[in-house]
Design a protein around this ligand. Structure first.
Ligand code: PMP
Length: 450
């Protein structure tokens, strides 16, 4: 794994990118994407030969790192045997992937509808909920992310929704619990939980219980800040859903498949939703794949009445072969247990130590390989290091933090005033410690703005 420098090739890749690739979520002329030459395990490298330890897992999806040889071999084998086949047929890779996923999802979420990614999984989950209940509205949380397609972005509760939100489109937002920045003036987790549940039930009362098809929540909101729900919250939402006949959708696109040190984040809270979305870690993102795991009751709605939705590439054999191999690797190599152990024994103590030494660290939270540091100007007031949705000059402190991390060989996940520690779930202890040391150095840069 010695990167061979080849700056000329890198320059050509970059020039073609700048000329023709239109990038997501970006002002096209203001970005400077790194040209990546290769990747393996927890690292990737550029054409200059500079290597980065990936503490972002791509976009929090390479749960078993890059180029795992068993998954690469499974994709090659599937490609040589049957690269593709239409969704109406029973195909070995597809049925085996569905079986392995259903075996691991909580409760009776035993039917799998495959999609191409997370956003379309969310689209289909809310469509199923509306068809199942015959009701129009969906409740989702502020401080959430559910995807970039139209309905999924309507459901999203972060500023990326604003530009594309042409109205409520049947979506009502509410506040989910988050004690560090409590909307409920709560001082304890118990208060936060009770008040958030009361707020949700009041929202339903004012919307009209008979109009609400679904409540969708990320089990642990990821992009918005890895905000661990207080004990009892998800069980409380489950009860509210049962009381009013509302479908409970958990979005596990980011939190699922080992990220939390359990197969699914729902396992941490012992909660069983009616529908659960997944993507990303299901096959470490080697080939695009997502899906909805469906309860027996909702599957029964479509037993004799057709489900009016589908996708050309639903359950694509290449993607499913990658999922089968990934899930088998995770099971055989104990990746889920490894993430739980290193999260508890290495990441948590190290981050709490960093918080003691760095005045810019306002809050530490997470589990497994799913951690967030919230950076602040002032620990007493909690004033964020950069304002909400900061761009340009206002975003400088976070940009300076990220630049320092990169200079020290660490590729960080940065969103607003947070950095998330979300490396591959099978990262080694030595790699983890190397990354945490670089993080320590970069936090000193953030401290200069406190
Ligand atoms: N839901 C959640 C919780 C996510 O984190 C994401 C992606 N970050 C999505 C949905 C959308 O997934 P995709 O980008 O694969 O469409």
């Amino acid at each position: 794994m010695t990167p061979q420098p080849n700056p000329q090739a890198g320059a050509a890749v970059k020039a073609a990118d700048r000329a023709h690739v239109f990038h997501s979520w970006s002002a096209q002329e203001l970005i400077d994407p790194l040209a990546v030459a290769g990747a393996e395990g927890s690292y990737f490298w550029d054409y200059e030969g500079k290597r980065y330890l990936d503490f972002s897992s791509g976009l929090v999806y390479t749960n078993i790192g890059y180029q795992h040889p068993k998954v690469v071999a499974a994709i090659q084998e599937q490609a040589s045997r049957m690269t593709t086949f239409a969704p109406a047929f029973a195909v070995e890779a597809r049925s085996e992937a569905a079986r392995l996923i259903a075996e691991r999802t909580p409760g009776d979420l035993d039917k799998i509808f495959f999609t191409n990614a997370g956003a379309d999984a969310v689209e289909h989950a809310v469509r199923m909920a509306r068809l199942h209940t015959g009701r129009p509205k969906v409740l989702s949380a502020y401080r959430s992310y559910h995807g970039g397609t139209q309905q999924a972005v309507n459901l999203t509760g972060d500023p990326r929704r604003w530009a594309s939100d042409s109205g409520t489109a049947g979506v009502v937002h509410f506040w989910a619990p988050f004690l560090y920045r409590s909307r409920f003036y709560a001082e304890t987790e118990e208060q936060e939980c009770a008040r958030a549940l009361e707020h949700l039930e009041t929202t339903i009362a004012f919307e009209g219980p008979g109009t609400v098809a679904a409540i969708i929540l990320e089990t642990i909101p990821g992009t918005a800040g890895i905000m661990m729900p207080p004990a009892g919250y998800l069980a409380g939402v489950r009860e509210i859903c049962d009381k009013y006949g509302i479908v409970f959708v958990l979005d596990e696109v980011m939190a699922g498949f080992g990220r939390t040190g359990t197969w699914f984040a729902a396992d941490l809270y012992d909660v069983v939703p009616d529908l659960m979305t997944f993507a990303k870690g299901v096959n470490s993102g080697y080939v695009p794949l997502g899906g909805v795991a469906i309860s027996g009751e909702i599957a029964a709605t479509f037993a004799e009445r057709p489900y009016p939705g589908g996708l050309t590439y639903s359950g694509h054999p290449l993607a499913c072969a990658a999922a089968v191999a990934t899930i088998n690797v995770m099971a055989e190599e104990g990746v889920v247990e490894h993430a739980a152990r290193l999260g508890a024994d290495v990441v948590e103590p190290a981050l709490r130590e960093l918080a003691r030494r760095h005045p810019s660290v306002g809050d530490v939270r997470g589990t497994g390989m799913f951690w967030a540091l919230e950076l602040v100007r002032n620990r007493e007031t909690g004033e964020p290091l950069v304002p909400y949705n900061a761009t340009g000059q206002a975003a400088t402190p976070m940009a300076a933090f990220a630049a320092s991390a990169k200079a020290h060989g660490l590729w960080p996940f940065v969103n607003m005033n947070r950095t998330h520690v979300v490396p591959p779930c099978n990262i080694s202890e030595a790699e983890l410690k190397e990354g945490l040391a670089a993080l320590d150095t970069a936090l000193s840069v953030a401290d200069e703005y406190t």
